[in-house]
Design a protein. Structure first.
Ligand SMILES: [Zn+2]
Lengths: 198, 150
């Protein structure tokens, strides 16, 4: 089992002694992960910002219950994930519904990309930039949980165990979600190219 | 004979979960051009993910959270002060009541003071002692907090 490292232990001890500056370091070290989770789970910008702050207030208030059974960042990631799940459930937003279509969004991003100064890039750069934009768009089409696990694996480069701890998904389920998400992304990107080739 | 290629799941397992990929499947994929194309497609997807922009906030998260924590701590301090004030007042009233009961006859006899005046003296004394105790408690707590946060 992965355990908290010495920096985590030191920072947590300092915060529990009342040193709030140490909590700033904890935020600085973990906000990348928390922002990714919240941004992938939640669509509304104002709610994202509120939830990120709520996550850190929860972390501060629950810190004395952290037992160093995992890395501090994993524990905080889990609080972020659960906070988002609670929010989505309260708003009755589906979290696992894979067959959603956002044709208008797709058009919006493609149109947006053409006015994005792409003319200044070489052909390769345009191709790479377009591919990145299309992928971003296709990721946004996925349901929140798929979006999140695929981002944690490929962008944050977390391993299966860490993602499983954050999301509380069994390893088998997690791998199956990742498999379906990648397959869907690959297929949708291919469809995009075929549409554009016409 | 028709070649059977591994399915999509096995291809993904070969790239992203190598430890759990069957050796025969891995051998096939390494030797098969069609499967290699599938592998390249997924590897490209993975590379494109790493090129994605990382979301950033347009405000200082640390400062904002710390401000909220400070507000929360101050609110807790205030409620703690009132939490102690109740029992203190209650104890003081009890002590004064007992003392009054014991010494009221004595005071009447020694100083010739009326019942009403005795009640007035007791109330004023009670008020002074209560305010003094609350002030002492507040000073004590603020000193403790200063030690904690330095
Ligand atoms: Zn093959």
């Amino acid at each position: 089992m992965e355990k908290g490292n010495s920096t985590d232990i030191h920072l947590v001890e300092m915060v529990l002694k009342g040193n709030t500056t140490s909590f700033k370091y904890i935020i600085a070290n973990t906000q990348g992960l928390v922002i990714q989770i919240v941004y992938k789970m939640i669509n509304n910008q104002q709610d994202r910002e509120d939830l990120i702050q709520e996550v850190y207030l929860k972390v501060y208030n629950k810190l004395s219950s952290f037992r160093f059974n995992s890395k501090l960042s994993t524990w905080i990631g889990r609080i972020a994930y659960n906070t988002c799940i609670n929010y989505l459930e309260k708003k009755k937003i589906p979290i696992l519904d894979l067959n959603v279509d956002h044709e208008s969004d797709r058009q919006e991003v493609i149109n947006g990309s053409s006015s994005n100064g792409l003319a200044n890039f070489t052909e390769d750069e345009i191709f790479r930039k377009e591919r990145t934009l299309i992928l971003q768009l296709e990721v946004e089409k996925l349901p929140p949980i798929y979006r999140t696990v695929v981002t944690l694996f490929h962008m944050e480069e977390l391993n299966y165990k860490e993602i499983s701890k954050i999301t509380n998904l069994p390893l088998g389920t997690l791998k199956s979600y990742l498999f379906r998400a990648r397959k869907q992304l690959k297929e949708n990107i291919l469809i995009n190219y075929k549409i554009e080739d016409l | 004979m028709k070649t059977i290629h591994p399915d999509d799941q096995s291809i993904q397992q070969f790239i992203f979960d190598k430890d759990h990929c069957d050796k025969n499947i891995a051998r096939h994929i390494n030797a098969c051009q069609i499967c290699q194309k599938m592998v390249a497609g997924y590897q490209e997807l993975s590379t494109d993910f790493k090129a994605q922009e990382v979301p950033v906030l347009d405000f200082n998260l640390e400062d904002r959270v710390l401000r909220q924590i400070t507000t929360q701590l101050e609110r807790e301090k205030r409620s703690n002060r009132y939490f102690f004030a109740g029992p203190i007042v209650f104890i003081i009233i009890g002590i004064v009541a007992i003392l009054s009961y014991i010494f009221i006859g004595e005071m009447k006899y020694s100083f010739g003071i009326e019942d009403l005046s005795i009640g007035f003296i007791i109330c004023v004394g009670l008020l002074i002692v209560t305010l003094f105790s609350m002030d002492m408690m507040a000073t004590y707590k603020s000193k403790m907090n200063k030690i904690d946060f330095s």
